[in-house]
Design a protein around this ligand. Structure first.
Ligand SMILES: Nc1ncnc2c1ncn2[C@@H]1O[C@H](COP(=O)(O)OP(=O)(O)OP(=O)(O)O)[C@@H](O)[C@H]1O
Ligand SMILES: [Mg+2]
Length: 275
């Protein structure tokens, strides 16, 4: 569990995070959603210590990160895995070398042990034939998988993913989401995912924080989001007519109004006019 309290962050006179408080839960996919520029990446970078918040507290399982000395932070950072926006692989290293990098930096394993661990995590992300390939030689979806493998190679307690689906087709996106979800459950990790992907929200949104212009606007899960009364959130999530219709259908379904086929037929005849 990570609690963050009253996080503020500005760059010059631009306020990017304005008093954001929230709790992300262990063993869950915790989503941070919001339009481009709403502060998701800055928030995630504050949480992992890549940015220093101007004020506020970040508490990792009861331990205040903002209060820690450099040694304490170093220790904690080794329990954090990160998948950066755009994967951020080293172009001059093979897949295997990319995934081994954190082991080279932080573990005391010998070469054979490191290779075994790399094989293990590459298998976990369903990449068994790409060890010797360079990032330029693999697809976007494969790059994300390598990024995930690298993020989990040190067996982290906390996993941060910034836009794991950006640039992927909907089907591949869903596979990446399922993979992150599965890893989160299997290792009981506290996973924080920045996204503006609607499929992710609906598929894996167990605890969702919606950010609007640097502020917390709404918190809930993928069931509750259908019923949210926040106009800003609705405009963001159900931006198209198609999604608005899907939301309306789900609401009617939940109320039992379209449980029976005759009502459904009637509605379809009326062009889905929902009142
Ligand atoms: N290092 C920085 N220096 C100055 N301003 C910054 C810096 N990093 C981010 N910002 C500003 O902070 C705001 C929030 O940026 P952030 O990258 O967190 O948005 P985001 O929600 O992650 O957007 P996206 O969905 O496009 O990734 C933006 O206005 C951005 O210009
Ligand atoms: Mg971002």
């Amino acid at each position: 569990m990570i609690e963050f309290k009253n996080i503020k962050k500005s760059f010059g006179d631009k306020v990017v995070l304005n008093d954001v408080s929230h709790t992300v839960e262990t063993g869950k996919c915790n989503l941070i959603i919001g339009t481009s520029g709403s502060g998701k990446t800055v928030l995630q970078k504050c949480l992992v210590g890549l940015f220093e918040p101007d004020s506020g507290q970040i508490i990792y399982d009861g331990v205040d990160f903002t209060d820690m000395d450099e040694d304490g932070r170093k220790n904690l950072r080794q329990q954090i895995g990160m998948l950066f926006q755009g994967s951020a692989l080293f172009d001059s290293m093979t897949v295997e070398q990319n995934v081994m990098f954190p082991l080279d930096m932080f573990s005391k394993m010998n070469n054979a042990e490191k290779k075994e661990r790399v094989n293990e995590v590459l298998k976990k992300v369903n990449l068994v034939d790409a060890h010797k390939k360079f990032p330029a030689e693999i697809s976007g979806g494969m790059k994300k998988r390598v990024g995930i493998a690298r993020a989990i190679v040190l067996n982290p307690k906390y996993l941060f993913c910034d836009e794991p689906n950006s640039g992927l087709d909907p089907q591949t996106s869903m596979l990446i989401d399922k993979l992150i979800h599965q890893i989160t459950k299997e290792f009981n990790m506290t996973t924080v995912i920045n996204t503006h992907d609607m499929n992710s929200v609906m598929e894996i949104g167990e605890n969702i924080l919606y950010m609007y212009e640097g502020q917390k606007e709404w918190v809930g899960n993928n069931e509750e989001i259908i019923f949210s009364k926040s106009e800003k959130l609705n405009n963001f999530i159900f931006a198209s007519k198609f999604l608005q219709d899907a939301k309306d259908m789900r609401m009617l379904e939940a109320k039992g109004i379209i449980a029976d086929d005759r009502n459904m037929d009637e509605m379809l005849k009326n062009g889905n006019e929902i009142k």
